[in-house]
Write a protein that binds this ligand. Structure first.
Ligand code: SIN
Length: 325
């Protein structure tokens, strides 16, 4: 039977349209279906190399508005297709704004045995489909190339000719088409004229992947705060007061200054939160590097440090809390 490459649509700018082809900014995201996007991919038949393309619209959303239920639905469809013998891999078209969060979420929740030989590749665009010079079709062709590349594995992001791992990828620019970066780790590889050139190894797959169970609206609530000059404990106290609400606060991730330090006023409030059973994790708000040193060299050391970006640490903490007995 012909093997398939599955394209799952989530919306985003790649599916966006503007009233004028010259407008790359004033558009509405998530307008075209993934089937229509496929039709605009240059040389798709050559890229597919005998594989059949199968497409499904999973969501149609501006990714800034994603909610846990969207992730749950995408995860279900990914599991469905990766479990099929006739599927070689998956490409997900997604908005750029929270792409790194979805990629990381999938990398932590899709079982390793499904990703070892079948890559799950997320791609996107910075210009709408209606643009005079759209970047989405080329990115989709590159993503398909990666998804069908022998040896490729894991959850990957492909944009502007670069292949990033879910663990390191971050959106770093609000406008330019090469909007993603993998920081100090660098990209996994490049796609050049339809060929993959690896710069490092394909990412390891997570052998401890575990899914958040049940109704997505009940997944552990973890909020994200930023420490800064003039920070206070007001936001932490407001969150604590909110604890009795339907979705009680279970954790806080703080993007701290420098090596994960936290303003003393905010820190005092976070200690109260911790005393009330709220998990507190700190990360660095710096663009590069991660919190260094296990010993509490400063008082903020009472909070666990994560070597992840703030948005990914939030997902990791949700998974950790959900896995607790
Ligand atoms: C989105 O994230 O859905 C809109 C912005 C984009 O895709 O660049």
């Amino acid at each position: 039977m012909t093997e398939k490459l599955v394209f799952l649509g989530m919306g985003g700018t790649i599916a966006g349209t503007a009233t004028s082809a010259g407008d790359n900014v004033g558009y509405t995201a998530a307008q075209l279906g993934v089937h229509a996007l496929l039709e605009s991919v240059p040389g798709l038949r050559v890229v597919l190399g005998g594989h059949a393309a199968l497409s499904e619209q999973v969501c149609q959303i501006d990714s800034k508005d994603l909610v846990p239920a969207n992730w749950q639905l995408l995860w279900q469809r990914v599991m469905h297709y990766l479990g099929m013998d006739t599927v070689a891999g998956i490409v997900v078209t997604h908005g750029t704004d929270t792409l790194e969060e979805t990629a990381y979420f999938l990398s932590r929740t899709v079982p390793a045995d499904l990703l070892r030989s079948k890559p799950l590749v997320l791609t996107c665009a910075m210009r709408p489909a209606s643009s005079l010079t759209p970047d989405g079709p080329g990115n989709m062709a590159d993503a398909a190339t990666v998804a069908l590349c022998p040896g490729a594995r894991g959850v990957l992001v492909v944009c502007a000719g670069k292949i990033h791992s879910a663990a390191h990828v971050q959106k770093v620019h609000p406008y330019r088409t090469d909007a993603f970066d993998s920081g100090e780790a660098g990209p996994v590889g490049l796609v050049e004229e339809g060929h993959v050139r690896l710069l490092s190894h394909w990412p390891a797959v997570d052998t401890n992947a575990g899914m958040l169970a049940g109704d997505a609206s009940n997944w552990p609530r973890v909020e994200l705060l930023l420490s800064h000059a003039g920070a206070t404990g007001a936001l932490v106290r407001a969150l604590l007061q909110d604890r009795a609400e339907e979705s009680p606060l279970r954790g806080i991730v703080v993007a701290g200054t420098g090596n994960g330090t936290i303003h003393q006023a905010m820190e005092a409030a976070l200690r109260d939160a911790q005393a009330q059973g709220v998990r507190v994790v700190r990360v660095s708000r710096c663009a590069y590097g991660q919190v260094v040193g296990g010993a509490p060299a400063h008082r903020s050391g009472v909070f666990v440090a994560a070597g992840l970006s703030a948005v990914k640490a939030r997902i990791a903490l949700m998974l950790e809390i959900a896995a607790q007995p």
